[in-house]
Design a protein. Sequence first.
Length: 373
Amino acid sequence: MSDSDSDPNEMTLTGTLFAGKFDVVDRIGEGAMGNVYRARHLPTGEWVALKRLHPEHASDEEVTARFNREMEATANIRHENTVRVVDYGESDGSLYLAMELIEGRSLDDVLIDEAPLPARRVADIGRQIASALVGAHERNFVHRDLKPENIMLTVQDGVSDFVKVLDFGLAALIDDESTKAARLTAQGLRVGTPLFMAPEYIEGTHSDHRGDLYALGVVMYMLVVGKAPFLGSGYQLLTRAVTETPIPPSQQPSGCEPWLESIILRLMEKKPGKRIQTAEEVERLLSSQQAVTLFPFEREEATQPSTPPPYLERPTPASMPPQKSFTPPRRAHYSPPVQKGGYGPLILGAALVLGFFGFAIGIFLLWPVLYPS
């Protein structure tokens, strides 16, 4: 596809010197915010992915100031699984962001060509994404647009499936007010992709780093199942994401190992307080391939004891009577019974003894009478 096929205003960017320091070679991608070019950064000689935002994003001074502020903070996120920011700024009425050029495939392409993926591969990819989020969240940054298109798989130091998370340009500081994000959205700077938006973000309530964890759960669900957890578009998709429960991966044709399904479903909980709470914890669980309980944590959002959804309950056969609580009785100390005999033998014995002594006494008393000397 040529530049002119999508945006006539960018016909002259390829083959030009942009911002006085980028030798633009060709276009390698496009998106809702702008197009991406392969270029050489002349001050360093490094090949970069140059993302030029659509001109309307630079028409507001507040948007420009916010973009520069966020890019400055993003440039300080130093993590092996996060793409490195080389340069950013404004030129000829356009905002731009230059990142290290990653040679590899997007996770979106992997989904199309290879999904569903084996559980251990999904766990390894998910672990690296979580590790990248740890680096961002520690600096009070949320991604807010985590999706397969923004995740690259490359080969680094002989390791395949090495993850690089891209495009923190849509990130928002965790401490920023939600109204600022709404203003940016009104200006045309669309934040997030519906399928990967956390329910609290769709509903307009307070959102934080746990929205990224929800998006990670959706990404892992798609990798292990091979399709999205919710189907539809626009308002229909948003409604389903808020109201419907995804079919457990183990019930899909591809199947899923219980320990991995448990982690995915916990990440996709509707209430933020019921999810795994930190990217660090997700990374640990995936590293050890350790399942987590499907029951929710006790958080401030869940004041009532919660029960697991029906699809998580173990089925009971219809013929099986309901189980009742049973407490076994205490076992008494066993003593063998004492054999008791009758009193007859005892009386007879006593009578014999008394009779013998009576006979002896009688002889002793009568002897002088019977045999006088």
